[in-house]
Ligand binder design. Structure first.
Ligand SMILES: Nc1ncnc2c1ncn2[C@@H]1O[C@H](COP(=O)(O)OP(=O)(O)OP(=O)(O)O)[C@@H](O)[C@H]1O
Ligand SMILES: [Mg+2]
Length: 303
């Protein structure tokens, strides 16, 4: 089974306005709600590819209940620990008609030590040999930069593929446990290695550095510039992105993670191509990558 973990999921509330005047009452022209969180996005793309997964994490309050109902309606297996206080956060996105988006991301509910232990026990008791555990995104305030490393410790005696898509020390601290895959984007990679990387050689150098620190495979996503994989056999492979009109790149990286995991048993070269097609399919869609679009991109030559 593939497990995704979303410790701080969110409902995104997007309001489209003509113009935002600060300090005044503004009216929306339209509004949309979408359920998100990076691990949940990965589960959704896997589902679109016809692959089952189980979404784990924390939820709270009426927004958390709505999130779980949404996952049930989507047919995504889930087992969230319900927190006793607060609400799963609502992130507000304000679009002002000039394609300029202002975001206010909420901090989310507090997680007590007992609640953290309930989730950790669940992970320890459920994830077993042959499974994949995908650790994505930020963690609730108070849980700290060792969180993902601690979660890996829980399952370190089992034969599990660990995937980490996170920033800074959250990712860095997992490397000593030799995760199967890490997927930084370019700015995350620069942040982790502590310097600006721009040429293909510099980016490959940054990816190799993460391998030296312990990661088995390092997939660097480069947005419209494609992606670079430093694999566990020491091979560096680059792909150009698919060409098309990008509509929405939010979740492109999560889609890439889903694609790589879905293709990994068929070799890393194929996994990279599938990952690139999934990222592109999300960029070219209003929502997340759908199978039909992924298959169409996979057949095109430029990947
Ligand atoms: N404009 C684009 N055109 C084609 N493909 C794209 C575009 N943007 C992203 N992609 C594809 O999606 C992959 C992931 O994109 P990106 O590097 O933006 O991820 P990210 O920053 O981690 O995104 P997020 O964290 O929002 O999911 C890219 O490597 C590429 O394959
Ligand atoms: Mg990302």
């Amino acid at each position: 089974m593939i497990y995704t973990l979303t410790l701080n999921p969110a409902i995104d509330y997007r309001m489209n306005t003509q113009k935002i005047i600060h300090g005044d009452t503004n009216r929306a022209l339209s509004e949309e709600l979408s359920f998100g969180g990076k691990g949940i996005n990965v589960s959704k793309v896997l589902k679109n590819l016809g692959i089952e997964s189980k979404a784990l994490g924390f939820c709270a309050g009426f927004t958390g209940a709505a999130l779980v109902s949404h996952l049930d309606e989507c047919g995504i297996n889930n087992d969230f620990v319900e927190l006793c206080g607060g609400n799963t956060r609502i992130n507000v996105k304000l679009c002002d008609g000039q394609n300029c988006e202002t975001e206010i991301n909420a901090c989310g509910p507090k997680v007590s030590e007992d609640e953290k232990n309930i989730l950790f026990d669940k992970i320890k008791n459920t994830v077993s040999d042959g499974d994949t555990l995908i650790l994505s995104g930020s963690v609730p305030s108070g849980m700290g930069g060792e969180t993902y490393a601690c979660i890996i410790e829980l399952v370190k005696d089992k034969n599990i593929r660990i995937v980490v898509d996170a920033q800074g020390e959250l990712l860095l601290n997992t490397l000593r446990h030799k995760p199967f895959l890490v997927k930084p984007n370019l700015s995350e990679l620069c942040g982790i290695v502590g310097k600006d990387l721009s040429t293909p050689d510099e980016i490959a150098g940054g990816a190799k550095k993460l391998r030296e620190l312990g990661a088995r495979n390092v997939l660097v996503s480069l947005g419209a510039d494609g992606a670079l994989l430093a694999d566990e056999n020491g091979i560096i492979t680059s792909v150009c992105s698919h060409k098309g009109d990008a509509i929405n790149t939010v979740g492109a990286g999560d889609s890439m993670v889903a694609g790589f995991v879905a293709g990994a048993d068929e070799g890393y070269e194929y996994a990279l191509r599938l990952a690139n097609a999934c990222g592109g399919a999300t960029a070219f869609s209003v929502g997340l990558a759908e199978k039909e679009c992924v298959e169409k991109l996979l057949k095109t030559k430029n990947a």
